[in-house]
Design a binder for this molecule. Structure first.
Ligand code: NAD
Length: 251
């Protein structure tokens, strides 16, 4: 229970990887604040399970981010995890999708971070963890906005790690390969269309083709890595981009 007394805000934690990170931090004793969209009865059940607070803030709206950080701050642990994907050739890429992906996957993390850092500095302890992606290190076609946002969050993370290096606050990225979540499921139809493939071909020849293990990463594995980064033993881990991708970026 090394995180007893620590308050953790995990964005995009009503589903998928963020929920697994919330569960892992709760298991280590942190007080958890959930954020994201979803069915209100399911969110109530998650709050009961984790003894968690919940913010419905839409992270595409700066005023909502500011209200969330004001209401629930100061936080000791900030996990910028909320993200979205859209798959399309660049010449057809919808402008509103580009703006939303950059807004959620990159700009929202800037806002939460700028608002969380003063409290962390004042306490002389903090953990900022950004869910990046294997796509922060490499690219795939038809994901121009996503790849740009994830390369961006990796650069942002390194920058704030350097700025905060002597403050007791660390900043790191976690970069998963393919994890079976609603985000992955949602991109299959568009990938079928963009590449002219069947569902099975997309899963086996596009997604798992990238991962030498031929297995999806499990959300719980990402949660365990996030929990490690919050522990005292990880105090000298900062500015790192941790791959958890079945060997994808080793190739
Ligand atoms: P998911 O779709 O299961 O979860 C996304 C979460 O973000 C949900 O809680 C959703 O409600 C929330 N969200 C969406 N729009 C929001 C908004 N405007 N404001 C606030 N919350 C919002 O997806 P996931 O696969 O768990 O993805 C989580 C993160 O992991 C993302 O940053 C994603 O890019 C990254 N990632 C996922 C994979 C993968 O294979 N699933 C791989 C690498 C990186």
């Amino acid at each position: 229970m090394s995180l007893a007394g620590k308050r953790a805000l995990i964005t995009g934690s009503t589903s998928g990887i963020g929920l697994a990170i919330a569960r892992a931090l709760h298991a280590d004793g942190a007080e958890v604040i959930l954020n994201g969209f979803g069915d209100s009865a399911e969110i109530d059940a998650l709050c009961a399970e984790l003894g968690a607070l919940y913010s419905p803030a839409n992270l595409l709206d700066v005023a909502e981010i500011e209200a969330m950080m004001g209401k629930f701050g100061p936080v000791d642990i900030l996990v910028n995890n909320a993200g979205m994907q859209f798959v399309s050739p660049v010449e057809d890429f919808p402008v509103d999708k580009w703006n939303a992906i950059i807004g959620l996957n990159l700009t929202a993390a800037f806002h939460t971070t700028r608002l969380a850092v003063p409290g962390m500095k004042a306490k002389g302890w903090g953990r900022i963890i950004n869910t990046a992606s294997a796509h922060s290190l490499t690219a795939s076609p038809f994901k121009s906005a996503y790849n740009a946002s994830k390369h961006g969050i990796a650069g942002f993370t390194k920058t704030i790690a350097l700025e905060l290096a002597q403050t007791g606050v660390t900043a790191n990225c976690i970069s998963p390969g393919y994890v079976w979540t609603p985000l992955i499921e949602g991109q299959i139809p568009d990938t079928m269309k963009a590449r002219g493939l069947t569902r099975e071909q997309v899963i086996n020849d596009v997604l798992l083709a990238k991962q030498p293990t031929k297995k999806f990463v499990q959300p719980e594995e990402v949660g365990a890595l996030a929990a490690f980064l919050c522990r005292p033993e990880a105090g000298n881990v900062t500015g790192a981009n941790w791959s958890i991708d079945g060997g994808w970026t080793a190739e």
